[in-house]
Design a protein around this ligand. Structure first.
Ligand SMILES: NC(=O)c1ccc[n+]([C@@H]2O[C@H](COP(=O)([O-])OP(=O)(O)OC[C@H]3O[C@@H](n4cnc5c(N)ncnc54)[C@H](OP(=O)(O)O)[C@@H]3O)[C@@H](O)[C@H]2O)c1
Length: 266
C-alpha cells in the first residue's frame, strides 16, 4: 500500500463512538474523509443520534452496533456483525475507561472492566480484523492508547497498565505484519476534554478548560492525519513529545515522584 490511506467511500469501524474522541473521530471521518461508519458503544441512543447527524449533515452511511466491550461475546459479535454487513476497510479501537483512585482490592471489579475494554477487547478486535484484512489483502487498524502508555500514571494504575499493554501489543503486531498491505498504527494523546474527565473525577484536578486538556475535535484531526500517514506511533503536542524524551533520562523513582505530586487529589 503506497502513499497515504484513503478512506473515501470505505467502511470504518469506530469503537467508543458515543462520546468524546470516538464521536469526534466518526464526525471527522465522515465530514472530511468521506468514510462510511460502523459505530459501536453501549449507549445506543447516543449512537443513534450521531448516526442521524452524520446521515443528514454529511450524507454518509452509518451502522450502529450496540456493544459492551467488557463482554467477550459482545466483542466477537461486533466483528461478526460488522464484517457480515459490509466490506470493512479499517477499525479504530478507541473505547476506553479509567478509574482515578489509589489502587485497592475493593475496586478489583472495576479494574477487570478496564482491562477487558482497554486491553483485551483491543487485542481481540485487532487480531480478528487483522486476519480478515489479510484475507482481503488490505486494511488498517488504529489503536488509541494514551500518554499513560508511557508514563506510570499514579492513581490510575489499572488504566496505565492496560494502556502500556495496548501500546506494546500494537507496536509488535505492526512489526510482525510489515509488507502485508495492512497499516497498524497507534496514537497516544495527552489530556482530552471529554466525559472521561468528569466520569473519573480527573476534572477536579484539571478541568475541561485546562490548556493541557485539548478538545476532542483537535485530537481527532491529529489522529486521522497520522493514521493516514501510516505512523507506527503518533504523540500529539510538543510538550508530550518532549516529555517522552525526558522520561528516558529521568530515573523511574523521580518520574513516579513527580507524577504522584501532579495527580495527588487536593
Ligand atoms: N480523555 C483523556 O484525557 C484521554 C487521554 C488519553 C487517552 N484517552 C483515550 O481516548 C479514548 C477515548 O476516550 P474519551 O476521552 O473520548 O472518553 P469518553 O468520552 O468517556 O469516551 C469513552 C468511550 O468508550 C466507550 N466505552 C466505555 N466502556 C465501554 C464498554 N464497556 N463497551 C463499549 N464501549 C465502551 C464509551 O461508550 P459507552 O459508555 O456508551 O459504552 C465512550 O464512547 C480512550 O481509549 C481513552 O483511554 C483519553
Amino acid at each position: 500500500m503506497m502513499g497515504k490511506l484513503d478512506f473515501n467511500n470505505k467502511w470504518i469501524v469506530v469503537t467508543g463512538a458515543s462520546s468524546g474522541l470516538g464521536e469526534a473521530l466518526a464526525i471527522k471521518l465522515a465530514s472530511k474523509e468521506g468514510a462510511n461508519l460502523i459505530i459501536a458503544a453501549r449507549r445506543k441512543e447516543k449512537l443513534d443520534s450521531l448516526k442521524s447527524r452524520i446521515q443528514s449533515e454529511f450524507k454518509r452511511e452509518v451502522i450502529v452496533i450496540e456493544s459492551d466491550l467488557s463482554d467477550p461475546g459482545s466483542v466477537e459479535n461486533l466483528f461478526r456483525e460488522s464484517t457480515g454487513k459490509k466490506e470493512v476497510f479499517g477499525i479504530i479501537n478507541n473505547a476506553g475507561m479509567t478509574d482515578f483512585n489509589p489502587a485497592d482490592i475493593k475496586d478489583f471489579e472495576k479494574y477487570e472492566k478496564i482491562i477487558e475494554v482497554n486491553l483485551k477487547a483491543l487485542i481481540k478486535l485487532s487480531l480478528l480484523f487483522l486476519d480478515y484484512f489479510k484475507k482481503k489483502g488490505e486494511g488498517a487498524i488504529l489503536n488509541i492508547t494514551s500518554m499513560g502508555a508511557f508514563f506510570p500514571l499514579v492513581y490510575q494504575a489499572a488504566y496505565s497498565a492496560s494502556k502500556h499493554g495496548a501500546q506494546v501489543f500494537t507496536e509488535i503486531l505492526s512489526k510482525e505484519n510489515k509488507n502485508k498491505n495492512i497499516t497498524i498504527s497507534s496514537f497516544a494523546p495527552g489530556g482530552i476534554a471529554t466525559e472521561m474527565l468528569s466520569s473519573s473525577g480527573l476534572d477536579k484536578l484539571r478541568g475541561a478548560d485546562d490548556p493541557f486538556n485539548w478538545s476532542a475535535e483537535k485530537v481527532a484531526k491529529k489522529a486521522i492525519s497520522s493514521f493516514k500517514r501510516k505512523k507506527l506511533l503518533s504523540v500529539p503536542g510538543l510538550v508530550y513529545k518532549l516529555g517522552l524524551i525526558l522520561k528516558r533520562i529521568l530515573p523511574r523513582k523521580t518520574l513516579l515522584y513527580f507524577l504522584e505530586k501532579s495527580y495527588r487529589k487536593k
